[in-house]
Design a protein around this ligand. Structure first.
Ligand SMILES: COc1nc(N)nc2c1ncn2[C@H]1C[C@H](O)[C@@H](COP(=O)(O)OP(=O)(O)OP(=O)(O)O)O1
Length: 165
């Protein structure tokens, strides 16, 4: 039985570019990723998503402009935690991305994403996100580099994101 812990992960899109941040510390250090993290006590997922975006790259986005596009579940061999990651995208935001203690932001063309410097799972689920397909995916890792097994499905309604799969 796993202990489930919820995280947010936000990706901003501008035309054919996607904003990623190079993680400067902690979990996923030196990997490019979206912006996100754990929920604070009593905080909703969507409010946490907007807060983490602001804290990590100084961009303001209204919670109502964040689109919930997918759910990711990560487990790691020998670990009892299940990371339940809620993925959001948005094309509507204010401000210029700025480097913070946690992230160094940079725009990438979606045809030239730095997958070699990202989590291995990203190659599998990014095509869903980039094509605006709702998705649910589970990844079981050995260490942080190797995916032992995974499962990914396309969902057909936002309500499906709130069902158990
Ligand atoms: C294992 O594969 C992962 N792939 C991707 N693409 N993203 C992942 C993976 N595992 C975790 N993540 C995401 C989920 C969160 O957005 C961050 C991790 O959050 P973090 O531990 O940095 O949470 P914070 O609340 O910001 O932490 P501190 O303030 O305590 O540093 O990575």
């Amino acid at each position: 039985m796993y202990v489930r812990k919820v995280y947010t992960l936000v990706f901003l899109r501008e035309d054919s570019r996607l904003l990623l941040g190079l993680k400067k510390r902690g979990f996923g250090i030196n990997k490019w990723n979206g912006f996100g993290g754990k929920l604070e006590p009593e905080e909703t997922v969507i409010d946490a998503a907007a807060r983490e975006l602001k804290e990590e790259c100084c961009i303001n986005a209204k919670a109502s402009d964040l689109k919930h596009i997918g759910n990711l579940e990560f487990t790691f061999e020998g670990e009892s935690t299940l990371m339940d990651v809620k993925v959001f995208t948005s094309k509507i935001f204010n401000g210029e991305p700025q480097e913070t203690d946690e992230m160094r932001p940079r725009w990438f063309n979606i045809d030239a994403l730095p997958f070699e410097e990202m989590w291995p799972d990203d190659r599998i689920w990014f095509p869903y996100m980039l094509n605006s397909k709702l998705f649910f995916a589970q990844f079981h890792y050995k260490g942080f580099d190797s995916i032992l097994k995974y499962n990914i499905v396309e969902l057909h309604s936002v309500q499906d994101l709130y069902k158990n799969h």
